[in-house]
Design a protein around this ligand. Structure first.
Ligand code: DHB
Length: 309
């Protein structure tokens, strides 16, 4: 008997609990040359802004011993090109689309969500309240992210929720003292799910030149280095939330994804690993199925929050 991998993620039906982390998968087209992306539970797009953005000046990627430090700065094609060029490809693939959006104000996020719904450009909206790379790090002590201020999380979530009937997922930042506060604020404002976690803010210096390795000095760390931190935050949040969690942060193989489900995530996203192995997300989806069968579990839902203490 094959186990049931289907899930309902805050109103979004997925054939398996695996998507990709925003910004690591473009808009899906390039990866479709490596595997059939319609086999994923959903495709999550690179953060979209109203207007196209070129992003920060390079270098904007640095490898660390177990992770990737990035300061891309929201390079993206902008909403019009997304709707006109990228969506038709994804719709032809018949894969659920989670559109990740970024804006400068609650109103701008609301406008984007409204336009995406109108154009049927996604099946869910992921609201990026946690990009670390849109401030000039040389002039500030560090970026202040919307996701670091629970009252702001509430305002932004409410704005998007009142603009669309699509499921709304709020992507939060690990750069906080207590993840439960922004997570609860998102839930109270009507979020349908939360995405945990975005990148951890970090930096690297070249001792020879004494210069930062990233032009924007600081960036966001992803990859296996952050997995234990992500897992702990998913666990913390799952204890206080009623809405589902999309767990992410350094998921490289099926066992990593299983850990996130056991900690309380309903779905998982594969990020940096897709750069090393383009079909990693598919291998992980298949591996979750194999795990369920190996353990005589009939439904993936039985794993969610099933860590034994
Ligand atoms: C970028 C990085 C992030 O971690 C994020 O959440 C959004 C955008 C970026 O630099 O493009």
């Amino acid at each position: 008997m094959t186990a049931n991998l289907e899930i309902n993620l805050g109103g979004l039906r997925m054939k398996n609990p695996v998507t990709v982390a925003s910004g690591t998968f473009g808009y899906g087209q390039e990866y479709n040359e490596y595997f059939d992306i319609s086999r994923l539970g959903a495709v999550t797009t690179k953060s979209l802004s109203l207007k196209p953005r070129a992003g920060n000046r390079p270098p904007r990627l640095v490898e660390t011993p177990a992770g990737l430090l990035n300061s891309i700065g929201l390079q993206n094609v902008g909403l019009d090109e997304y709707l006109n060029i990228k969506v038709p490809f994804l719709r032809a693939k018949n894969v659920p689309i989670i559109a990740n959006v970024y804006g400068h104000s609650p109103e701008e996020y609301a406008e984007m969500a409204m336009r995406i719904e109108e154009a049927q450009g996604a099946d869910a909206i992921e609201v990026n309240l946690s990009c670390p790379n849109v401030h000039d790090a040389k002039t500030a002590s560090g970026p202040t992210l919307v996701a670091q201020v629970p009252e702001s999380v509430r305002d932004y979530t409410q704005a998007v929720k009142s603009a669309t009937k699509l499921p709304v997922f709020i992507k939060l930042s690990p750069n906080v003292v207590d993840i439960r506060e922004p997570a609860l604020a998102a839930q109270e404002a009507g979020a349908d799910a939360v995405s945990l976690i975005n990148t951890l803010i970090g930096m690297a210096i070249d001792p020879e030149t004494r210069r930062p390795r990233l032009t924007n000095v600081v960036g966001g760390l992803s990859g296996p280095a952050i997995r234990p931190v992500a897992l702990k935050m998913v666990w913390d949040a799952s204890k206080v939330l009623d809405i589902p969690i999309i767990g992410m942060g350094g998921i490289c193989e099926p066992d990593d994804a299983i850990q996130f489900l056991l900690a309380g995530a309903t779905a998982v996203a594969v990020g940096s690993m897709s750069f090393r192995q383009p079909d990693a997300a598919l291998i992980i989806a298949e591996g979750i199925g194999a795990y369920l069968e190996r353990h005589d579990i009939t439904d993936v839902a039985e794993l969610v929050g099933a860590m034994e203490l």
